[in-house]
Structure formats: structure tokens, C-alpha cells
Design a protein around this ligand. Structure first.
Ligand code: ATP
Ligand code: LTN
Length: 326
């Protein structure tokens, strides 16, 4: 059975970009593959975090994992900082990664641009991600398009070590969604939808109220020609809304265009609000049921044990190859 690994940072409310680009696939994959899903809290401290908020956000992501349909009997769900092997392998990988490679990572360039000085962890972040993936002999990594470059680096590191030390790692592959791999910000269709953007109407979070969702969609940037047509270059805002509509409803882009010939943006946006609400409503219901339950902690502890066991097997193999330990 193929092995899957992915992670989400507990840095704020999960938005529909995270959901359509990555999380939705997690659920589909657990039916056919051996899946490990992590809440990558060590990654999130590459930017300052309030400790209380961080723990709350970690549990929120865990509850959302379950609310969207992940099943702890099928998938391993755990918190990254509970399994020390991640940080340990990251060090070993770091010694086999070049600073030149890390300086080319666009996420690092973006996140460090406005800072006077960036923490070293922000720079080495992709190596910790490589460690996450390689620890579980992962074949497939479902992530949004923005993580493709990090996955390429992970592959390069794995291949480099395999060549030098003999077959040590499985070389993983990227798995993206056709629609939703890159959901754009509602207020600026040239930027990706992001948890950290200042304007809350730039995104729709999975825990937003129906009123907030309506407001954000109604305010979203379109254009002045009034035609519901897909054209990323000429009509990026409308195209983004059509993609979101398509990903949530399952209708093809062509069918959506045909359905709204002669309609205005108002009608289209109203329908989109309905579609989003009906997809998100049941998720919120399940989230509320589980978020403060004992079951959530039991699932995370059980996930931690199962993940640590697998991670130890890989880490021992790596140490043995490198001549580390007794
Ligand atoms: P953000 O930049 O929005 O704060 P993030 O990119 O830092 O989020 P995560 O929360 O770890 O990171 O992302 C979880 C998953 O969601 C990743 O697989 C990522 O590729 C995907 N993702 C993030 N933003 C988008 C987007 N706008 N469209 C599609 N997928 C996305
Ligand atoms: N870097 C990713 C989060 C992440 C991840 C991973 C994704 C950390 N480790 C391992 C897939 C596999 C992000 O910012 N979205």
C-alpha cells in the first residue's frame, strides 16, 4: 500500500484554500493508501507565536482534520512536536543541504523580505519539512501548489543521500488537485489566499459564520465586464470564484459558464455563497462536537505513539548508514 504524508501549520484558521488545495485530498487518499497527517507546530514557530494561541490552534487543526472526515482508524493523526525524531532527522538532512538551495526557496524569500533579520529556522524550514516526509517512507505528498518547490528539494536531498550512503529514503512524489491547487485571495486575485493576510475578507475560513462568508464573497474583486467566464489572465477574480464554485460543487468550469450565461455577478455570487455554506456547515457541526472532547486528546496520543514507532525505525536506519550512535 502506498504511503502518504502531509502537514498543516497551526497558524490560524484553516481557509478554503487549505481545504481545496490539500485537506480535501487527505480524506480521499485515506480510503486507498496508508496515511499519516501531522499538525506541524514546529514549523509554525519560524514566526513568533503566542504559546496559548499556538496550543489552541494546534487542537483546532486536529479537530478540523476529524471534522472534514479524517478517520483516526484509517489515518495516523499527530502533533509534530510530540515526535522528537522530526527535529533529529532535520539536523542530519541539514548537513546534506546546501545554503544555496535554501536561498532559492520562494517561500523563504517572501517571508523574510520585509524582516530586518530572519530567524535561521525560517531559512531551514524546508529541511524540517523534508524530515517530516522522509521519516515515514512516504510515496505521495498531497499539498497545494505553493509547496511544490519544497517537495522538489525533499526529493533532491533524498536522492543525494541515497547516492552517497546507499538506499536510505523513499523518494516521494507531489500530488496536487486539478481544481483548487491554488486558491487566490478574494480581494486580490494575484496573491494566494493566505491565513496570515491582514484583510479577513481576503479569505474564507472553514469556521467563518454564514454572514461573514456572504460578506467576503459579495465584496470579492471581479471586473467590470459582467460576464461569468473563465480566463485567468483577463479575468483573474471571476476565474478564481469559478474555480472555488467548481471545487465545492463538482460542476465543471464549462457547465458553470453555461449555467450563468446572461446572469450578473450578483446572482452568481449568491449561489456561490449557498454552495460554500452547504459544504462548510456540516464540517462546523462536527468540529463543535469534537473540539473540546476527551476523544480528541486520545486520538492525538494514539497517533503520536504510532507515528513515533514508525519514525524510530527510519531514524535508526539513517543513523546506522551515517555511522551515528553505538
Ligand atoms: P498561509 O500561507 O495561508 O498562512 P501556509 O501556506 O502557511 O498557509 P499551511 O497552513 O501549512 O500553510 O498549508 C496547508 C496546506 O494548504 C498546504 O498543503 C498548502 O500548500 C495548502 N495551501 C495553502 N494556501 C493555499 C491556497 N491559497 N490554495 C491552495 N492550497 C493552499
Ligand atoms: N510547509 C508546509 C507545511 C508542511 C508540510 C510538511 C506539508 C510541513 N511539513 C510535510 C507536507 C508535508 C506549508 O507551509 N504548507
Amino acid at each position: 500500500m502506498k504511503r502518504v504524508f502531509s502537514g498543516v501549520q497551526p497558524t490560524g484558521n484553516i481557509h478554503i484554500g487549505n481545504y481545496l488545495g490539500a485537506l480535501k485530498q487527505f480524506v480521499e487518499l485515506q480510503e486507498e493508501m496508508d496515511c499519516v497527517y501531522c499538525i506541524v507546530d514546529l514549523h509554525s514557530i519560524t514566526v513568533p507565536q503566542d504559546p496559548k494561541e499556538l496550543r489552541k490552534n494546534s487542537l483546532d487543526v486536529a479537530a478540523l482534520y476529524l471534522a472534514i472526515g479524517l478517520d483516526a482508524k484509517k489515518s495516523i493523526i499527530f502533533l509534530q512536536s510530540c515526535v522528537p525524531a522530526h527535529a533529529e532527522l532535520a539536523w542530519i538532512l541539514m548537513c546534506n543541504t546546501y545554503t544555496g538551495e535554501l536561498s532559492r526557496m520562494t517561500q523563504f524569500k517572501d517571508k523574510s523580505r520585509e524582516k530586518e533579520s530572519a530567524p535561521a529556522g525560517l531559512f531551514t524550514y524546508p529541511v524540517l519539512m523534508a524530515a517530516d516526509i522522509l521519516l515515514y517512507d512516504t510515496d505521495v505528498v498531497p499539498v497545494g501548489n505553493d509547496q511544490k518547490q519544497h517537495l522538489e528539494l525533499t526529493r533532491d536531498i533524498a536522492i543525494r543521500i541515497n547516492n552517497k550512503y546507499g538506499k536510505t529514503f523513499v523518494v516521494p512524489e507531489y500530488r496536487g488537485m486539478k481544481v483548487g491547487a491554488r486558491v487566490m485571495a478574494l480581494d486580490d486575485p494575484n496573491a494566494k489566499m493566505s491565513k496570515s493576510a491582514e484583510n479577513i475578507h481576503s479569505r474564507i475560513s472553514l469556521l467563518d459564520t454564514p454572514e461573514k462568508i456572504k460578506k467576503s464573497i459579495m465584496k470579492s474583486t471581479t471586473d467590470s465586464d459582467g460576464i461569468i467566464g473563465f480566463d485567468i489572465d483577463q479575468k483573474p477574480g471571476v476565474s478564481n470564484l469559478i474555480s472555488i464554485y467548481s471545487a465545492f460543487s463538482g460542476s465543471s468550469i464549462k457547465d458553470i459558464e453555461n449555467k450563468y450565461v446572461g446572469s450578473g455577478y450578483g446572482t452568481f455570487k449568491n449561489d456561490l455563497v449557498e454552495i460554500i455554506n452547504s459544504a462548510i456547515g456540516p464540517i462546523q457541526q462536527r468540529f463543535n462536537d469534537i473540539r473540546h472532547s476527551q476523544e480528541l486528546l486520545t486520538i492525538l496520543k494514539d497517533g503520536q505513539e504510532r507515528a513515533a514507532f514508525r519514525a524510530e525505525v527510519t531514524l535508526s536506519r539513517v543513523k546506522e548508514r551515517f555511522g551515528l550512535g553505538l
